[in-house]
Structure formats: structure tokens, C-alpha cells
Design a protein around this ligand. Structure first.
Ligand SMILES: Nc1ncnc2c1ncn2[C@@H]1O[C@H](COP(=O)(O)OP(=O)(O)OP(=O)(O)O)[C@@H](O)[C@H]1O
Ligand SMILES: [Mg+2]
Length: 145
């Protein structure tokens, strides 16, 4: 296991967005193919910020923003990054119309915000990360769960 994944098992504290981006950037280069990513955590904990780092690591120049009109966006890079924000979905809704299952394997890297809303997209190859904000220090925390 890589030292980054080992560190994520314990959890990593970040003091600003740039540090979170740096972790995403490093992780994007270490993920085995066919792995997808589930980013858990409340509003504003840094999920999209983390995706910016993944994009940077995959040499995607476009600015990553949360998909607003679409549920997901596709970015071309060293891998094709699929960014799904499932905030407005509910677990009861069928995601058949999303047609996203094909993106769960190589050459795509699928990253999902609010993964609890799309349980059918999670499988044994999903790497689950939980993001949170430390109450006392306001640092952000990223942990492999
Ligand atoms: N250590 C940190 N890590 C990540 N973001 C940070 C950190 N410190 C401050 N921030 C700021 O917190 C905000 C996080 O917003 P972001 O959109 O990434 O959250 P989110 O989890 O995707 O929220 P949402 O659930 O609304 O999609 C950004 O404005 C970012 O600059
Ligand atoms: Mg977001």
C-alpha cells in the first residue's frame, strides 16, 4: 500500500484548500485502475476542492466546479474524470437514467459527492473518503473509511 493511502487510513489534517488539492493531486496518480472514489461529508467540507486536486493530477486544465445543470461532468485528462454530485438525488430514485455505470472502470475515474444518495454506484472497487471540519481548529480532515 502506498504511503499516501497509509496516511489516509489514519487521516490527514489540512489547513487550507491548497493542501487538500495537493492530496487529491497525489492520490490521482496512485489509484489502481477501475477504482472509483466516494467522497462523504457535509456541505463545504472540501469535496469539490479535493476533486480539483484529482483533476490537477490528471493534467486537466479546466476549472472544476460543482455540476449545476448536469448531475455529472466529464473532463478529459490522463484519465477521463467523471465528477458526479449526487446532492439532489435521493437513494430511492433510480439512477438508470444517469447511464453512469460504464464510467466506473478504466479509462475513467469516477468521483462521487454525496455517495449515500447513489448506493447502487458503489462497489468493492470504490475507495471511500470522509471529509470533515475540526470543530476547534477549523482544519479540514480527510480519512479513508
Ligand atoms: N483545508 C481545507 N480543505 C478544503 N477546503 C478548504 C480548506 N480550508 C478552507 N477551505 C474552503 O472551504 C470550501 C470548501 O468548499 P467545497 O465546495 O470544496 O466543499 P464541498 O464539500 O464540495 O461542498 P458541497 O457539499 O456544497 O458540494 C472552499 O471554499 C475552500 O476554499
Ligand atoms: Mg461540492
Amino acid at each position: 500500500m502506498s504511503s499516501l493511502l497509509e496516511a489516509l487510513n489514519k487521516g490527514i489534517l489540512t489547513s487550507n484548500a491548497e493542501e487538500t488539492i495537493a492530496i487529491g493531486e497525489a492520490l490521482s496518480k496512485e489509484l489502481p485502475s477501475d477504482t472509483s472514489l466516494a467522497l462523504y461529508g457535509d456541505l463545504g467540507v472540501g469535496k469539490t476542492t479535493f476533486v480539483k486536486g484529482l483533476a490537477k493530477g490528471l493534467n486537466i486544465a479546466k476549472n472544476i466546479t460543482s455540476p449545476t445543470f448536469n448531475l455529472f461532468s466529464i473532463y478529459k485528462g490522463d484519465k477521463q474524470l467523471i465528477h458526479l454530485d449526487a446532492y439532489r438525488l435521493s437513494p430511492e430514485q433510480s439512477i438508470e437514467t444517469l447511464m453512469i455505470e460504464d464510467f466506473l472502470c478504466s479509462p475513467y475515474l469516477c468521483v462521487i459527492e454525496w455517495p449515500d444518495n447513489v448506493p447502487e454506484l458503489l462497489n468493492e472497487n470504490t475507495l471511500k473518503l470522509e471529509l470533515s471540519i475540526q470543530a476547534n481548529s477549523h482544519q479540514h480532515f480527510i480519512q479513508h473509511i
